[in-house]
Design a protein around this ligand. Structure first.
Ligand code: ADP
Ligand code: MG
Length: 350
């Protein structure tokens, strides 16, 4: 027997590998919204429209006015590990974009019917690519606006187990709204529209105030209600290691659930229990036990101090000095609360 036939191991066809990888990146319609909107933001979009049918099960479409792609890139972007965002391992250590794994479009296209239309401002015509279950159906010039539109239909049509695993439309829609809110919060200067079954759910104008804090305050107000814009305390502090800016809810805004706490690290939304505790514990005595404060905080630090590559959806990050950040963050939050006369001024040690 030759070596070749005496082998049980097979390299998977790419379509199978993509379908399996999709399981990590694409859990539900909200994951598609996240990946497509992040791509639009990375493309420098100023206006992003999200269109849904049946809570995204039938359609998730994201239209942006960003940089667009060449016809060659419009085909390439669906290949696994295809990215314009990093080229070397050093790039990964100074990552500034939301994406970099080059997996989202390949994964989504493996488990749905996808139509992409794209055009760069200096191109005369646009380009259209249609892919179903990872198979290229069409690629041809087309008429389209500057920017990119990606329509994802019948998510998981070829993965029945996944499709059946989806929750009720109300639950899937709730996940999408949460995802949308997070993305809209992270970029107040970008206009966002959310349409669901032809009903306009959000129309967020691009915030143009010259002050970033004011832009964020306004975006908070339009997303969560005017009381949120009023009952917040601004935070802005920079140390040699990190800068923190954003808003802390006044104690009146405390809630029973943790759902209104937003941490962004280098503009990427992350969940981080330990850092959340740094903020929440600063409200001790200010809010009833068992309730949670509202906050929107942006941490900026040298990307070398953060590892964003610990989770496929990048929902978790690791810092090289978590205890250090915890301490700094807590001090900054305590100071902001005391300046708002909510807690006694800290007296300096003699
Ligand atoms: P990643 O974002 O990690 O690079 P994706 O699979 O999400 O991987 O996208 C692959 C590539 O396709 C991106 O690196 C980018 O060059 C291009 N691309 C995707 N979406 C857009 C878009 N909306 N506008 C312009 N280019 C895009
Ligand atoms: Mg991406």
């Amino acid at each position: 027997e030759t070596e070749a036939t005496d082998s049980l191991i097979r390299i998977m066809p790419e379509s199978l590998a993509n379908k399996i990888a999709a399981g990590e990146v694409v859990q539900r319609p909200a994951s598609v919204v996240k990946e497509l909107v992040e791509n639009a933001l990375d493309a420098g979009a100023r206006q992003i429209t999200v269109i849904l049918k049946d809570a995204g099960k039938t359609l998730v479409q994201v239209i942006d006015d960003g940089c667009g792609m060449s016809p060659a890139d419009a085909r390439l972007c669906f290949q696994r590990h295809a990215t314009s965002k990093i080229r070397t391992i050093e790039d990964l250590e100074r990552i500034r974009t939301l994406g970099f794994r080059g997996e989202a479009l390949a994964s989504i296209a493996a488990v749905a019917r996808v139509e992409l239309k794209t055009k760069r401002a200096h191109d005369e015509a646009g380009y259209r690519v249609q892919i179903e279950g990872g198979r290229l159906i069409a690629a041809e010039p087309c008429a389209t606006a500057n920017g990119t539109s990606v329509a994802v239909r019948n998510l998981f049509y070829n993965v029945p187990a996944r499709r059946n695993f989806l929750k009720t439309p109300a639950t899937e829609f709730k996940h999408i709204v949460e995802t949308f809110q997070v993305l809209a919060l992270s970029h107040p200067e970008v206009g966002f529209t959310l349409m669901h079954d032809d009903v306009e759910i959000y129309r967020l104008v691009p915030e143009t105030d010259p002050s970033p804090a004011e832009r964020l305050r306004r975006r908070i107000g339009t997303l969560f209600g005017p009381e949120y814009a009023l009952q917040t305390i601004p935070v802005e502090e920079t140390t040699s290691y990190l800068s923190v800016r954003g808003f802390l809810g006044r104690p009146e805004l405390h809630r029973k659930s943790r759902g209104e706490q937003f941490f962004f690290v280098n503009r990427r939304y992350v969940r981080h229990r330990y850092l959340e505790h740094a903020v929440t514990s600063s409200y001790e005595q200010l809010i009833p036990e068992g309730t949670h404060p509202f906050f929107v905080l942006f941490l900026e630090l040298d990307p070398r101090h953060v590892d964003v590559n610990v989770h496929p959806t990048k929902a978790e990050v690791k810092f090289d000095d978590e205890r250090g950040i915890y301490g700094v963050l807590r001090a900054i939050v305590r100071r902001a609360l005391s300046m708002a006369d909510l807690i006694p001024q800290l007296t300096a040690a003699p």
